[in-house]
Design a protein. Structure first.
Lengths: 338, 595
């Protein structure tokens, strides 16, 4: 296993780092989409996240990483029927969905080896099983083939993967944080898929020379000696990991005052976003941000900070309004949170 | 030019050609030293002896000869998948390595890179980015190392170019087309130079100043990608190793600019300050009292020098090249194309792949793919088969069925919206008519349907609904009367409506608007210049939002600001009708449509 570039050694891109941390604190926020020009460190940042995530409790030998503490209906069929569940600590999975993946590996399929040798109809879990309770990362998400997108949309909405193929009939939990990155110049994202992402980001390369030099120097040092470089950042990584871990523990208990709830509703109303998803994500993100900061209640300040991430991809396109989505969200934030 | 650079008389063709070959030779050495670290190189050249010689030179530098991979290599070969025969024999899925993994730590020749389909480019980019291929196909998940070095042979002419995502990941770029075979000769590098440079590479470091300088040059050339900058740092290290010169050496920087930055530059360097006439340096007089300021001045001066150096390095026609490139990328967004969009059809067109499918829905079954899917399950299914039927038959289940996918170009319709108002008609009507006639002939040869909208007085009228009949189109055009106001909003509305009805029938619309942009009739028919313009702009936005591609041909005597404004509201390509023959207009539109 090669060493990935440390998350905390990434220069700039604070929005991206924050959004990913928020998604790690509260997975129900529903994923992060990172769109941006080439060479901005999108993939580097997301791959770096994997090493940073805290460990979770999972049922031993369960291919779906079931949570031993979860209510019975949230478990896979095997863990449901088993008696006492043995737990072990695992790193939160970050699963890569590569381009060119086929449906059988994404969703899972008949285990050929077992089928031929033992004549046994066994299910070989796919990437969605491995990603349960973790992250599913799709680089170049806008280049993903349509039939894979279809399968993903369905599972991401329901949190359950149902496989009906090759004489198998399997359902298993598949709740994951969808993380996608891409370059808008290479293709648009289908609106249905866009809607699945809780937060969306538009990243750019830093333009000032000292920052760019710093990026290159660190990268050069990393290429030169990956292990040693990672050690230099181990303390920082540990601190951030503990922060995220602590935030995960307290996030459910964070108070959201009615003032924040009202403003969130007002923002969504003003922008005419469809459905409640925007509002819900706003509140959850503000709460996760408060938890990251170790506060016990979300404030308007938190709301203001996350509003752009949450809302920019949810606007209806107004044919007569040419101004960018970002400008419209910012205007709405100004007027609602003035 | 002030920038009297170190290069001696770069204008004689032979000297230029010799410099270009030196660069190419150097690039081959750099690729051999750095390999996967710089991703690779884009070699723009038509096939020929110079390119062949360059490739053999590269082979002599590297440990393994380059492996040629055609750009049409499909996903399953690039990534690998299940090895059918082996899997059948062993009764378990066995991986067949893909081409990318087979080329781990090797040089790959991507031939005809300009034809690399976008859907395959992603795999190449993934291997370049991560040095590994991660597959999840055919029941197998596997990660194989694939630290490839890509030599993208770009034979593109005019508008063809390899996918930008790939170009961006290749650190170097050379063009061999202008190199005369006379300049190609023995090399100054040997394999041992390369290996010794490789050995010393890890110990080589660049100072902060050197890195900062590279970052400044990159910024001045409009290069913002950190990836390119990282390549530049690595190339600089290798350059200083093979040339034995320091990284701050001017010649080394020039070489680096030509090889790394110029191929991906998006703008000419803009000097921060007015380039003054070179003064004789007189720094020794007053440096004692203000050392700090002096230092700052020095760095500024340095920076200016560099910008100057960069400018001096740029070929004189760079502006033209950049403009061409800019218009190219523009075209990609809004081209008035004769080739329609792709549509997926169940039966006809170009095969684009295979997917799971249903026999009943009228798809065409891909028999080899279906057999491949069923093959590994045969013995398992035979053992489940309790029906006591012939056990020799094939077991194929509905889930095995694979169908072919096809892609077919949709027919396209070119809508001509012609301004027949007084202002336009007086000026250039006959020229515009001539141009349209020539275009019609072109449309005919591309099997494009045409429609004609004329606008004058207070309305716009569809004179000719979409048709393939050239004769009708010509006759209608000849009879087109002129005179009256310019109801631009109505014209754009009519174009919009017609375009939408065209796309509703499954064809791809595009439009050519010939006008001088002087809208003076509002949507409700009142004559008012300001209301007319305002309505026209809002109608233009409506049309722009449909993403339908268009061209605005400015028929005013001089290119007018109003027509330009309108074309930007339309997001259409702006073309002033040159004071030349209708034929030259036609060629300029034709270059658009062929794109």
């Amino acid at each position: 296993m090669t060493v990935a570039y440390p998350f905390t050694a990434i220069v700039g891109q604070d929005d991206m780092k924050l959004a990913l941390s928020i998604a790690a604190v509260d997975p129900s926020i529903g994923g992060v989409l990172v769109f941006g020009e080439r060479g901005t460190g999108k993939s580097t940042t997301i791959r770096a996240l994997a090493q940073l995530l805290p460990k979770i409790e999972a049922v031993k030998d369960c291919p779906y990483n079931c949570n031993p503490e979860a209510p019975k209906q949230a478990l896979c069929s095997r863990c449901q029927s088993a008696g006492a569940l043995k737990a072990r600590k695992i790193a939160i999975p970050v699963v890569d969905l590569p381009l060119g993946a086929t449906e059988d590996r994404v969703l899972g399929a008949l285990d050929i080896e077992k089928a031929i040798h033992n004549g046994e109809k066994a299910f070989q879990p796919g990437l969605l099983a491995a990603a349960n309770r973790g992250f599913l990362y799709i680089d170049e998400v806008n280049l993903l083939e349509d039939h894979i997108v279809d399968a993903l949309l369905d599972v991401a909405a329901s949190g359950v993967n149902v496989v009906e193929r090759e004489g198998l009939s399997v359902r298993h939990p598949a709740r994951f944080v969808l993380v996608g990155s891409g370059n808008p110049e290479e293709g648009e994202l289908r609106p249905q898929l866009l809607d699945r992402f809780g937060l969306s980001l538009d990243v750019r390369t830093p333009r000032d020379i000292p920052t760019r030099v710093e990026i290159i120097k660190l990268r050069d040092a990393f290429d030169h000696d990956p292990e040693g470089f990672s050690k230099r950042f181990a303390r920082k990584e540990g601190a951030l990991r503990r922060k995220i871990d602590a935030a995960r523990d307290i996030v459910e208990g964070i108070d959201v005052p009615s003032e924040v709830l009202e403003k969130a509703a007002e923002l969504c109303l003003q922008l005419g976003t469809d459905g409640l998803r925007g509002e819900l994500t706003l509140i959850r993100s503000a709460r996760a941000l408060a938890a990251l900061e170790g506060k016990d209640a979300a404030t308007l300040q938190h709301l203001r900070y996350v509003a752009l991430f949450v809302l920019r991809h949810r606007l209806r396109r107004d044919p007569m309004d040419e101004s960018s989505a970002d400008a419209r969200v910012e205007r709405a934030i100004e007027s609602a949170l003035a | 030019m002030l920038a009297s650079n170190a290069l001696s008389n770069p204008h004689s063709p032979d000297a230029e050609s010799a410099t270009a070959w030196q660069d190419a030779e150097l690039a081959a050495a750099l690729i051999a030293i750095l390999g996967h670290r710089v991703g690779g190189i884009r070699v723009s050249a038509q096939p020929g002896p110079v390119r062949d010689y360059w490739l053999s030179l590269l082979d002599s530098f590297t440990a393994n000869p380059a492996r040629r991979v055609p750009s049409s290599t499909p996903t399953d070969r690039l990534l690998g998948g299940m090895d059918i025969t082996e899997s059948m024999r062993h009764g378990k899925p066995i991986l067949a390595q893909g081409v990318l993994a087979e080329c781990h730590q090797r040089v790959v020749l991507l031939s005809m890179a300009e034809r690399l389909p976008k859907e395959y480019a992603g795999h190449w980019c993934a291997a370049l980015d991560t040095g590994a291929i991660h597959i999840a196909r055919d029941g197998i998940s596997h990660t194989s190392p694939a630290a490839i070095t890509v030599i993208a042979l770009d034979e593109g002419i005019d508008e063809e170019s390899p996918p930008t995502a790939l170009i961006e990941r290749l650190g170097l770029g050379i063009n061999l087309d202008d190199i005369s075979i006379r300049c190609v000769g023995d090399t100054q590098f040997s394999r041992s130079d390369i290996t010794s440079a490789q050995a010393r590479l890890a110990q080589t470091t660049l100072s902060d100043d050197d890195i900062t300088r590279l970052a400044e040059i990159a910024a001045s050339m409009g290069i913002h990608s950190s990836r390119t900058l990282k390549f530049a740092v690595d190339v600089m290290k290798a350059l200083s190793l093979v040339t034995g010169k320091r990284a701050s050496d001017e010649e080394v920087i020039h070489q680096l600019i030509r090889l790394v930055f110029l191929p991906v530059a998006t703008q000419l360097p803009t000097p921060q300050a007015e380039p003054e006439p070179p003064e004789p340096p007189q720094d020794s007089n007053e440096d004692s009292d203000k050392p700090e300021e002096q230092a700052q001045q020095n760095t500024e001066q340095d920076h200016e020098d560099l910008v100057q150096a960069a400018m001096a390095e740029l070929p004189e026609d760079l502006l033209a090249i950049l403009l061409k490139r800019a218009s190219k990328s523009r075209l990609r967004q809004s081209k008035a194309g004769n080739a329609g969009e792709f549509s997926q059809d169940k039966q006809r067109g170009r095969p684009v792949g295979v997917r799971r499918g249903d026999v009943k829905r009228g798809h065409r079954i891909d028999i080899p793919a279906t057999l491949r899917c069923a093959a590994p399950f045969q013995s398992a299914r035979a053992s489940w088969d309790t029906s006591e039927k012939l056990k020799t038959s094939l077991y194929i289940e509905p889930s095995d069925i694979r169908v072919k996918r096809f892609e077919q170009r949709k027919s396209s319709v070119m809508i001509f919206a012609v301004d027949a108002s007084g202002s336009s008609a007086h000026q250039r009507m006959s020229e515009a008519k001539g141009a349209i006639e020539l275009l019609l002939a072109d449309c005919y040869s591309h099997r494009t349907e045409v429609a004609l909208i004329a606008f004058r007085g207070d309305t716009a009228e569809v004179l000719l609904p979409p048709t393939r009949s050239l004769v009708r189109a010509k006759r209608t055009l000849a009879q087109l009367p002129g005179g009256g106001g310019t109801p631009m909003a109505a014209a754009l509305q009519a174009t919009h409506d017609l375009a939408l009805s065209v796309s509703a029938t499954g064809a791809t619309p595009s439009y050519v608007l010939l006008t001088d942009g002087a809208a003076n009739v509002a949507r409700d028919g009142t004559k008012s210049r300001s209301a007319g313009t305002e309505d026209a702009l809002s109608a233009a936005k409506l049309l722009a939002n449909t993403q339908i591609k268009g061209v605005l041909v400015d028929t005013a005597v001089r290119p007018s600001a109003r027509a330009r404004e309108l074309s930007s509201a339309l997001d259409a390509t702006y073309l002033p009708l040159p004071n030349a023959s209708a034929h030259s207009l036609n060629t300029s539109i034709r270059t658009l449509s062929v794109a």
